[in-house]
Design a protein around this ligand. Structure first.
Ligand code: 1CP
Length: 334
C-alpha cells in the first residue's frame, strides 16, 4: 500500500507522506524552460508528452509521495467550448459559455476536447517513478468553476454584485457541471488516477447561509460519486471558517486545510485524516524558520492521520532548495 493510502485507509499516524500543491510549476527552472517555449498554456496541458514530463519533474528532484497531474481546473469549461486563455501577470480570461451548445454535449464530445489529459495520466501512472506512490487526479469544485464560468476572470476577493441574479442559468450550469465533472473524474480514474482532489479555491467568498446550496450539496454529489468508484477523495474548501460542518456534511476521506486555519482547533474538531496547512510564504524565509514551522504542524498532527502539504500552492519565487529541505524535514521527522 502507498504511504498516502496507509494514512487514508489505515489511519496510520506513524508516517508523514508529503506532496505539494502546484509542485509542478514556475518555481522549477526546468518547468520555466518548457513554459518559455510553449506560450499557450492550454495547448501545453494538451500535449501529453510535455504535460507528463512536467508532472514528473518534481518527483525526479524530491522524495514526494504523489504526482499531481499537470493540468488545470479550467480545462473543464474549456472542454465545454468556453474560451479560456491565460494572460501573463493577470491570470485566466474566459469567454462566454454557450449554455445551449454545452447542454447538447455528450461524453464523447467532452472527452474529444481534452483526451490528452487522460493520456498524460496513463503515462505518469505507468512510470517507474510512481512505484508505491499515488497519482492524484483533480477537479475544481462546482462552486469554484461556477465562479470562473460566470465571472470570466479571477474573482480575487469579490464576485460581481449581480452574480446571483440569474438563478435559472446558475442551476443549469450547476447541473451541467455535475454531469461533466463526474465524466472527468471517471476518465481520470480509468487512466490511472488513484486519488481525486476537489479544489474549492473560492469557497471562502460565500456567506455561511449560501454554503449548503453552492458548496455542500454539489460537492457531496461528487464525493459520493468518487467513493462509489472506490477511490479516496480529498476536499480543499479554501477560506471557509466552519471545517467541522463541512466534514460532517460532505464527508470527504481527507480534508485539506488552508494556512488561516488553526491546526490545534482542527485536531479537536475533526477525526478524519487532514492534509496541508503550512503557509507557502514560509518557504520564502530561512531554513531555521522553515524547520520550526513545519515541525510545528508535524508535532500537532503526531497522533492524527496527516498528509503533509502547504495551505495553498507553492509560490513561483520559491527556491527549489527550500522545497528539498522541507521534504527532508518531513521525511526525517520521528
Ligand atoms: O505558467 C503559468 O503561468 C501557468 C500557471 C499555472 C499552473 C502551473 C496555472 C494557471 N495552472 C497551473 C497548473 C495547475 N492548476 C495544477 C497542476 C500543477 C500542480 O499542482 O502541481 C493544478 C492542480 C491547478 C489547479 C487550479 N487552477 C486551481 C486550484 C488550486 C488553487 O490554486 O487554488 C485554480 C484556482 C486554478 C485556476 C488557475 N490556473 C492558472 C492560474 C494562475 C489560476 C489561478 C488564477 C486565480 O488566482 O484566480
Amino acid at each position: 500500500m502507498t504511504p498516502i493510502n496507509k494514512v487514508i485507509l489505515d489511519k496510520n499516524t506513524s508516517i508523514n507522506p508529503i506532496w505539494i500543491m502546484r509542485q509542478a510549476g514556475r518555481y522549477l527552472p526546468e518547468f520555466r524552460e518548457i513554459r518559455s517555449k510553449n506560450k499557450d498554456f492550454i495547448k501545453l496541458c494538451l500535449d501529453e508528452n510535455l504535460s507528463s514530463e512536467i508532472t514528473l519533474q518534481p518527483l525526479k528532484r524530491f522524495n514526494l509521495d504523489a504526482a499531481i497531474i499537470f493540468s488545470d481546473i479550467l480545462m473543464l469549461p474549456y472542454a465545454l467550448n468556453q474560451k479560456v486563455e491565460f494572460k501573463k501577470n493577470f491570470g485566466p480570461i474566459l469567454g462566454d459559455l454557450d449554455i445551449s451548445l454545452a447542454s447538447k454535449y455528450d461524453e464523447i464530445d467532452f472527452i474529444r476536447k481534452i483526451f490528452p489529459v487522460y493520456k498524460a495520466i496513463k503515462k505518469v501512472s505507468n512510470n517507474d517513478l510512481l512505484k508505491e506512490k499515488n497519482t492524484i487526479g483533480f477537479v475544481g469544485a462546482p462552486w469554484t468553476l461556477l465562479v470562473y464560468i460566470l465571472n470570466k476572470q479571477s474573482p480575487k476577493k469579490k464576485i460581481k454584485d449581480n452574480f446571483f441574479k440569474d438563478q435559472f442559468l446558475i442551476n443549469r450550469i450547476l447541473d451541467l457541471l455535475d454531469k461533466f465533472l463526474k465524466i472527468h473524474i471517471k476518465n481520470q480514474i480509468e487512466n490511472g488516477a488513484n486519488i481525486i482532489q476537489i479544489f474549492d479555491s473560492w469557497a471562502g467568498l460565500l456567506e455561511g447561509k449560501d454554503l449548503p446550496n453552492y458548496v455542500y450539496i454539489p460537492t457531496l454529489s461528487l464525493v459520493d460519486y468518487v467513493k462509489s468508484l472506490n477511490i479516496p477523495v480529498i476536499c480543499f474548501p479554501r477560506g471557509i471558517s466552519n471545517y467541522k460542518n463541512y466534514c460532517e456534511i460532505v464527508k470527504p476521506d481527507v480534508i485539506g486545510i488552508d494556512y488561516d486555519i488553526d491546526p490545534k482547533k482542527i485536531i479537536k474538531e475533526i477525526d478524519i485524516p487532514v492534509q496541508g496547512g503550512l503557509d507557502p510564504k514560509t518557504l520564502l524565509t530561512d531554513k531555521e524558520n522553515l524547520k520550526k514551522q513545519a515541525t510545528r504542524y508535524l508535532k500537532i498532527f503526531k497522533d492524527h492521520p496527516y498528509i503533509f502539504n502547504l495551505g495553498h500552492g507553492v509560490l513561483p519565487e520559491t527556491d527549489p532548495n527550500m522545497m528539498e529541505y522541507l521534504v527532508n524535514i518531513v521525511k526525517d521527522f520521528k
